[in-house]
Design a protein around this ligand. Structure first.
Ligand code: NAP
Length: 503
């Protein structure tokens, strides 16, 4: 069986001890094993800080960007094999697998373009200089420089390629070395991506390390110049935030966690209109793409009472047409959940939400694999605003007035979406919802090839307050700030000008 190894200290290291077995969630056949036991985590971090960091900092933004482009091209070159791995280890349909692998490639390419625009500099000049005294000589200027530590990335199971790439691209471009740890259950794709990067020698020594298996006490070794970017459950995020090493050293931490994303159908939208059809399409896509295992998937479907019966009926019909099964088959629209634990968690979560099942249920589908049908819940209680069920599950919530107040009960989210042509309604909702979201998706049928609210674009920030973890990633050059230290230079104007390379 394939043994996933860690790449630390500039070499591949096999773990010792009892490994975790990675399964094919469709067939339950074991595919690979991983263990991080015996991997010297402290040395791994030291190598990244002392070898990878200096190497990256000698490079200009443009050079770092060229390396990102080379990584994107290399992934593209092995795209077919990576898609196969995502189908086997993640239970992805081909379309789900493309979402992950192509998302990784396009994010790397996007940051290569950001890098080209930043040019031959090695740090960022932040805003205009400021005259601080009566004379122009007393001057201030903010700059941002790469931190001298290591960026530890701990990723969730659902996007092994994109999760790896979206974090690594930004950190490497900022000039920080990375140690990336994928979720173990779906780590085959990220492991292969790492092998490709190492085989082709695409990054400076020490710039990128990889940990296969459990994180063990990794975060306890982090120091004041290190940063930690985590994506996963709110529970693990809270543990990491409170970890003694993180607290003691004020380790900068970004958390991307749960979210009860809402889709709101405006009171102005008539059944059968283009806006109405777009709303239905986005809800069904979000419920079933990657079997609902997307942090941005719609979990709460807010509909006016007047059209509730129509929406309910239409969603039931559309969900009934979703073929659940072996993701290798072309006509399969939804594969299994990613692991046995996921299946158990989703079943338990659906029961906790309560209410009635307008469509689907938690009964096992078939005798092998971690399959569940999409589940549309109605008449549930407050639990739908409190509990994220990370699977193909959404709740219908009928509203009379003030849908914004209902959405806000989710306590902070990654993205919510509005479907309306009523500008006054949109303005009111944006004012109400903007403070508790990282992104608002304003659906419109005239937008060609609209990706829906579930797709994270690197141009826009990703993250959200409260339940969503309080983090922020991506957003073009904005994402670099997390990996850089902003410092104010205060002194004589000519001296500062010379430091910035201006005569
Ligand atoms: P998880 O169980 O919290 O695991 C996430 C990652 O943390 C994995 O790599 C896991 O490693 C690691 N981990 C677990 N315990 C740890 C600890 N004590 N110290 C250090 N690392 C630890 O979450 P998941 O089940 O993979 O992902 C599902 C959740 O992620 C959902 O709640 C979803 O909403 C959220 N999510 C959020 C976003 C976002 O961008 N906001 C994106 C995707 C997913 P092992 O696998 O080795 O245990």
């Amino acid at each position: 069986m394939l043994q996933l190894r860690s790449y630390v200290g500039g070499r591949w290291v096999a773990g010792t001890g009892a490994p975790q077995t990675l399964l094919n969630p469709t067939t339950e056949v074991p595919l690979a094993q991983a263990s991080s036991e015996g991997v010297d985590l402290q040395s791994a971090l030291h190598h990244a800080r002392s070898i990878g960091g200096p190497a990256l900092r000698t490079m200009t933004f443009a050079q770092r960007g060229a390396a990102l482009k080379a990584v994107a091209d290399a992934i593209q070159g092995e795209r077919e094999a990576l898609l196969e791995a995502a189908i086997a280890n993640g239970g992805n349909t081909r379309s789900d697998a493309k979402f992950d692998i192509d998302g990784a490639i396009s994010t790397l390419l996007f940051y290569a373009e950001v890098a080209a625009a930043l040019g031959t500099s090695k740090f960022l000049v932040d805003g205009e200089g400021i005259q601080l005294g009566r004379s122009a000589r007393f001057h201030g200027q903010h700059i941002s420089v790469p931190r001298h530590g290591v960026a530890v990335h701990i990723n969730a199971f659902n996007f092994p390629a994109w999760g790896f790439a979206e974090k690594a691209a930004v950190a490497l471009l900022a000039g920080m070395p990375v140690l990336s740890k994928p979720a173990t259950s779906s780590a085959m794709v990220a492991h292969r991506v790492m092998e490709i990067i190492v085989e082709k020698n695409l990054l400076p020594v020490g710039a990128l390390s990889f940990l296969a298996g459990s994180a063990r006490d990794l975060v306890s070794h982090l120091g004041a110049q290190d940063v930690l970017a985590f994506t996963g459950s709110g529970e693990t995020g809270a543990q990491l935030r409170a970890a003694p090493g993180v607290v003691k050293n004020s380790v900068r931490i970004n958390i991307e966690a749960d979210s009860l994303n809402a889709a709101v159908l405006g009171p102005d939208v008539e059944p059968r209109s283009d806006m109405y059809e777009l709303f239905l399409k986005d809800v069904v896509r979000d419920m079933t793409q990657k079997a609902g295992q997307k942090c941005t998937a719609i979990r709460r479907v807010l509909i006016p009472y007047a059209v509730a019966a129509s929406v309910r009926e239409d969603l039931i019909e559309l969900l009934g047409a979703i073929r659940v099964g072996d993701p290798r088959f072309e006509d399969t629209r939804m594969g299994p959940l990613a692991s046995r634990e996921q299946l158990a968690g989703v079943r338990e979560g659906v029961q906790r939400l309560g209410g009635r099942h307008a469509f689907g249920g938690v009964a096992p589908l078939g005798t092998k694999g971690f399959f569940i049908s999409p589940v549309l819940i109605e008449d549930a209680g407050e639990a739908v605003h409190e509990r994220e069920v990370f699977g193909p599950v959404a709740a219908l919530v009928r509203y009379k007035d003030d849908p914004g107040a209902i959405v806000a009960r989710g306590s902070g989210g990654l993205v919510s979406s509005l479907y309306s042509d009523d500008q006054e309604f949109i303005e009111g909702m944006v004012a109400q919802l903007a403070p508790c979201h990282g992104r608002l998706f304003l659906g419109h049928p005239k937008i060609e090839l609209s990706p829906g609210p579930g797709t994270v674009l690197p141009q826009l920030v990703h993250g959200g307050p409260g339940r969503a973890g309080g983090g922020e990633e991506l957003g073009g050059p904005r994402g670099l700030a997390f990996y850089m230290q902003r410092v104010a230079l205060e002194g004589s104007r000519p001296v500062i000008a010379k430091l910035l390379g201006k005569s």
